[in-house]
Write a protein that binds this ligand. Structure first.
Ligand SMILES: [Zn+2]
Ligand SMILES: [Zn+2]
Length: 245
């Protein structure tokens, strides 16, 4: 048994796919994770006012966040960071070593600490980064270790969603309970998506929650193949890991 701090719960604060009524759904992504040693915001959406507005509607206090982890430098994942730092700068921001110096300096100018991720690493008890993956567009994904397996949350999955899944498995040598976030299959052919689905099967992925840049066609195919283990993710979706069997 792992020494868990409580049940992990993931709330999708921002996504371009709608889920809960009343939330804004512009192009971007941000997820809020509670129940681990630290409270984490993964990605900061593209717009600070949307991020903070959705947080408020979801009764998430920005002051309660300990860490922000940024998957990659693109504006739809980092654009809301300044707005967030204006509300809470007593945090550590896990960004990538490859980020431009000016974005690192900007975070520090608010008084927040930065950690420059390069290799895979432990962020806090039971929470890890895959490390900086990919060549052209570098990206990290967040891994939460639970009693039921690994939960992998991706931003845009530019390095390739299958590559990220395999990197997480290789790193922590555990089964994958859930993969959620952007899978970057918006423009992928049906054949390509089916290859990804079969690679997920090979990797033993139990649940999927594709959103953001996954594309409607891919989401429908994942739903068809995963059936009741497909999670319809959008802004406001709450996933309690204890509910996944
Ligand atoms: Zn991107
Ligand atoms: Zn994106």
């Amino acid at each position: 048994m792992l020494d868990m701090n409580g049940d992990i719960s993931i709330t999708v604060v921002c996504d371009n796919n709608p889920c809960k009524e009343g939330l804004e759904t512009a192009w971007g992504f941000s997820a809020f994770i509670v129940g681990a040693e630290k409270t984490i915001l993964f990605d900061a959406d593209g717009d600070g006012s949307i991020l903070l507005g959705n947080m408020e509607k979801l009764a998430i206090d920005p002051q309660g966040v300990d860490l922000v982890v940024l998957s990659h430098v693109h504006g739809d994942h980092t654009g809301g960071l300044d707005g967030f730092l204006e509300k809470n700068s007593k945090i550590t921001v896990y960004l990538l070593k490859s980020f431009p110096t000016k974005s690192k300096d900007n975070v520090q100018a608010y008084g927040a600490k930065t950690v420059e991720v390069e290799q895979s690493l432990k962020i806090c008890e039971n929470v890890y980064s895959t490390g900086q993956l990919g060549r052209l567009i570098k990206e990290q994904a967040l891994i939460v270790r639970t009693e039921r397996g690994l939960v992998l949350i991706t931003g845009c999955a530019h390095p390739g969603i299958v590559k990220i899944v395999n990197a997480a498995k290789d790193f922590l040598k555990d089964d994958i309970l859930l993969v959620m976030g952007g899978f970057h299959l918006e423009w992928a052919t049906r054949g390509k998506v089916e290859k990804v689905i079969s690679a997920f099967r090979d990797a033993g992925v139990r649940y999927v929650g594709p959103c953001h840049c996954s594309g409607d066609k891919a989401r429908r195919l994942f739903e068809k193949h995963f059936g009741e283990n497909y999670i319809n993710v959008g802004a406001g979706k709450v996933i309690d890991i204890a509910d996944l069997r």
